[in-house]
Design a protein around this ligand. Structure first.
Ligand SMILES: [Zn+2]
Length: 108
């Protein structure tokens, strides 16, 4: 790995300190990628009452059309546009239901 970036396989401590002091662009890049991957948070906001909480998005979350707290009634949301099918996903964050209005069930 290191050799591919032009770094000799054996570094003296001075050389290493030099790199740490002035990290090459690719190293800064790969470090910030690593940290940002760990810190991806989204703000979940209820469309009806405005309650919001930060959450880590799950891989299976689709792109929600609406987000509401689970205690709101189904009829508190606007109707889906003509021809769109509404799907609900519960278990979003601590108290949210995600609503997706899509063209076909299970597909986008
Ligand atoms: Zn709410």
């Amino acid at each position: 790995m290191a050799a591919r970036h032009g770094i000799p396989s054996r570094l003296t401590e001075a050389e290493l300190a030099d790199i740490e002091g002035q990290p090459p662009a690719w190293l800064v890049q790969s470090r910030s990628n690593r940290t940002s991957k760990k810190r991806v948070w989204v703000e979940l906001t209820c469309h009806i009452c405005g309650f919001s909480e930060p959450a880590r998005p799950k891989k299976w979350w689709p792109e929600f059309t609406w987000l509401t707290c689970s205690h709101h009634g189904y009829d508190e949301l606007p109707e889906p546009a003509t021809g769109l099918t509404r799907s609900e996903y519960d278990g979003i964050g601590s108290r949210f239901i995600g609503v997706v209005d899509g063209n076909q069930r299970g597909q986008r």
